[in-house]
Design a protein around this ligand. Structure first.
Ligand SMILES: NC(=O)c1ccc[n+]([C@@H]2O[C@H](COP(=O)([O-])OP(=O)(O)OC[C@H]3O[C@@H](n4cnc5c(N)ncnc54)[C@H](OP(=O)(O)O)[C@@H]3O)[C@@H](O)[C@H]2O)c1
Length: 279
């Protein structure tokens, strides 16, 4: 698996399995099968309520701990819980994660970021990240961080390429991990004719062309799936390269338009919501 080198010299795989909206059973199956077929990055979160299941999937794959890059996220209602990191590790069944995010700029998110920095120093998180911290949030964090994050996880796909944010990321060598990389099941993106045309040329599906675009943009990509055939296809994207002209053609799809619009009222709700963790 090709990797990218983070700003702290840690190596991270370019492709991972996403587990948002997967039930515990689905997450366990997807993670186990993905790892068995050659994936080495798993993305979960406190809020997905499937961390235990991902842990079971990792164990069931037969992979050694050091062969898997585990990414998870603290939810805002955990930011002021001093045991949040240890409880997260316990659910996953590991004694460190490779990447730990704060999930949303909600509640006392600076306390959450301090927990990441502490986990990093204690060796409980090999890298740290911020999720959904575009605009004023990353600007404020820049004045306060002691450790520059290695990652930001945000919505990104050919309709929304995070052009503005990428200027800040370049400055600090922060890597972008894209969520909704395939449009979260929206058919309009996948059905754009340019992907079918390029798919024909390279013998790939439209989804594979989109995922290849992500990696060539320098993004780490974590498509979500509970379908083993899709999971297999999503890994099989590194044996061809889109040309500069083809990347430029795909760039024309950029509408600077997100699928997901988060409101300030939602941020308040997020801070008050506690995940009902699997027992
Ligand atoms: N930080 C955040 O706030 C945040 C928010 C959202 C997501 N995420 C992370 O990002 C990951 C990816 O986002 P997502 O899962 O919401 O959206 P996505 O990856 O854009 O789309 C997932 C959808 O695409 C389908 N799909 C997957 N592979 C396919 C293929 N090869 N061909 C056709 N359809 C395919 C899946 O269906 P099947 O199951 O049938 O394959 C599923 O319906 C999440 O799983 C999660 O880890 C993070």
């Amino acid at each position: 698996m090709e990797t990218t080198i983070l700003n702290n010299k840690l190596e991270c795989p370019l492709i991972g399995i996403g587990t948002f909206m997967l039930s515990p059973t689905e997450a366990e199956n997807s993670v186990r099968e993905a790892l068995k077929m050659g994936y080495s990055l798993v993305d979960t979160a406190n809020a997905y309520v499937n961390e235990r299941a991902c842990g079971r999937g990792i164990k069931g794959s037969g992979k050694k701990r050091e062969e898997v890059f585990i990414s998870t996220k603290l939810w805002p209602s955990e930011y002021e819980n001093d045991n949040a990191v240890d409880e997260t590790l316990e659910r996953l069944g590991v004694d460190y994660v490779d990447l730990l995010y704060i999930h949303q700029p909600a509640g006392n998110w600076m306390a959450g970021y301090r927990q990441l920095e502490k986990a990093y120093k204690d060796g409980k998180a090999k890298s740290i990240g911020i999720s959904n911290f575009e605009g004023k949030y990353i600007e404020e964090l820049q004045t306060k961080w002691e450790i520059v994050p290695q990652f930001i996880q945000v919505e990104a796909h050919p309709y929304f390429t995070q052009k503005e944010l990428r200027k800040t990321l370049d400055k600090y060598d922060i890597r972008l991990m894209s969520w909704y990389p395939l449009g979260h099941g929206d058919k309009a993106l996948i059905n754009e004719p340019v992907f079918a045309k390029l798919g024909e040329k390279y013998g790939k599906s439209s989804a594979q062309i989109i995922l290849r675009w992500h990696t060539q943009m320098g993004f780490v990509v974590i498509p979500g799936s509970k379908n083993v055939e899709h999971i297999k296809d999503n890994l099989d994207i590194l044996d061809f390269k889109l040309t500069d002209e083809e990347m430029a053609e795909i760039a024309k799809l950029d509408k600077n338009e997100r699928y997901y619009h988060r409101t300030d009222a939602q941020l308040i709700q997020f801070a008050g919501w506690k995940p009902d963790f699997e027992k």
